[in-house]
Design a protein around this ligand. Structure first.
Ligand SMILES: NC(=O)C1=CN([C@@H]2O[C@H](COP(=O)(O)OP(=O)(O)OC[C@H]3O[C@@H](n4cnc5c(N)ncnc54)[C@H](OP(=O)(O)O)[C@@H]3O)[C@@H](O)[C@H]2O)C=CC1
Ligand SMILES: O=CCc1c[nH]c2ccccc12
Length: 291
């Protein structure tokens, strides 16, 4: 069983809604077996990054899967530039490690390294050059705040296609300004850290709401629905890409199966967001968001 639903970007390219991440649990580790298992079990979208220090083993997992390049959606992210290095040169090194001649999506991982050098606009121009040169089918950003996005939109020839940010009920309120600005420009949100209420903030105010929604969905579906699927479905109903990861094949299957879970009602969505707004908990990138 593979994912079927796709999300269309502002450049017309289509993205499988569910990505398998190679940061966090696989950060700095050999990702080959995990990536191979993800692909074997129906994942076609792989989320990598230069920072994760495992693009080579991500590439090995892709190769081991035997899938043709056009059946996969591969993402990597720019970490930093060496003195005098261009974005295109940096991406070329990633492509070599990944064993591919283009990525589907290339993101600036974090605005801070460029801001520290006063070069955010310049980095975005470099991203545009990589895109125009055919090294990346789509380009975007990650962990961009309102001020960062506004800065690159001013003078951009290519509007970012994606902003990858942390998204779950405990950052929902804080994410509104950047998601609203993104929506005005057709920028799709990609979410990471979506399971935070279940794994990093257990006992929080959303627990009871998640549990009530899970029970209702399970009754409606007549088949098991997990709390994890409730959170994933909520993200999906927000129109966002879901980037997750797991060491367990059962959770890969469960994540893919979220496509078959009935929709949350508007009242359930409101209840989840209202409960989420009672606690602010960010799991990643405090250095950017300062909360
Ligand atoms: N752009 C950025 O700055 C960032 C990007 N990312 C990307 O997103 C990916 C996913 O991020 P991550 O925060 O890990 O995603 P999630 O919030 O989806 O968490 C996934 C983790 O939660 C565990 N888990 C999932 N469901 C449950 C459950 N029901 N009970 C207990 N544990 C559970 C999994 O462990 P198990 O193995 O046991 O299933 C896994 O380690 C990263 O690998 C990376 O690619 C992440 C952070 C920052
Ligand atoms: O892309 C994710 C970057 C990140 C931020 N914090 C951590 C912690 C562990 C692995 C990756 C990351």
């Amino acid at each position: 069983m593979s994912t079927t639903h796709t999300i269309t970007l502002n450049d017309g390219n289509r993205v499988p809604w569910l990505a398998f991440g190679t940061g966090t649990a696989l950060y700095g580790k050999n990702a080959t077996d995990s990536v191979r298992a993800a692909i074997d079990n129906g994942i076609t979208h792989l989320d990598g990054a230069q920072l994760y220090n495992n693009e080579d083993t991500l590439g090995a997992g892709i190769k081991a899967s035997g899938k043709s390049r056009s059946d996969l959606y591969i993402v990597t992210k720019l970490n930093k530039l060496d003195p005098g290095q261009t974005v295109k040169e940096s991406l070329a090194i990633s492509l070599k490690k990944l064993g591919v001649d283009y990525v589907d999506l290339f993101l600036i991982h974090n605005p801070l390294p460029a801001i520290k050098e006063g070069k955010l606009k310049e980095w975005w121009q470099g991203m545009e050059e990589a895109h125009n040169g055919g090294l990346a089918k789509s380009i975007g950003v990650s962990n961009f705040r309102v001020e960062d996005l506004k800065e690159i939109l001013d003078g951009a020839n290519v509007i970012p296609a994606v902003n990858q940010i942390e998204l779950h009920p405990y950052v929902w309120k804080a994410a509104q300004p950047i998601m609203n600005l993104g929506r005005e420009h057709g920028i799709v949100t990609a979410s990471y850290g979506g399971q935070t209420p279940l794994v990093r903030a257990v006992g929080g105010p959303a627990d009871r709401v998640i549990s009530t929604i899970r029970e209702r969905l399970e009754r409606t579906r007549g088949k098991p629905v997990s709390s994890s699927q409730v959170l994933t479905k909520w993200i999906l109903q927000k129109g966002a890409i879901v980037v997750t990861t797991t060491s367990k094949v059962s959770r890969i299957k469960e994540a893919i199966d979220t496509e078959n879970v009935p929709d949350l009602t508007p009242e359930e969505i409101h209840a989840l967001e209202a409960a989420g707004s009672l606690l602010h908990k960010r799991a990643y990138m405090a250095e950017v968001f300062g909360e």
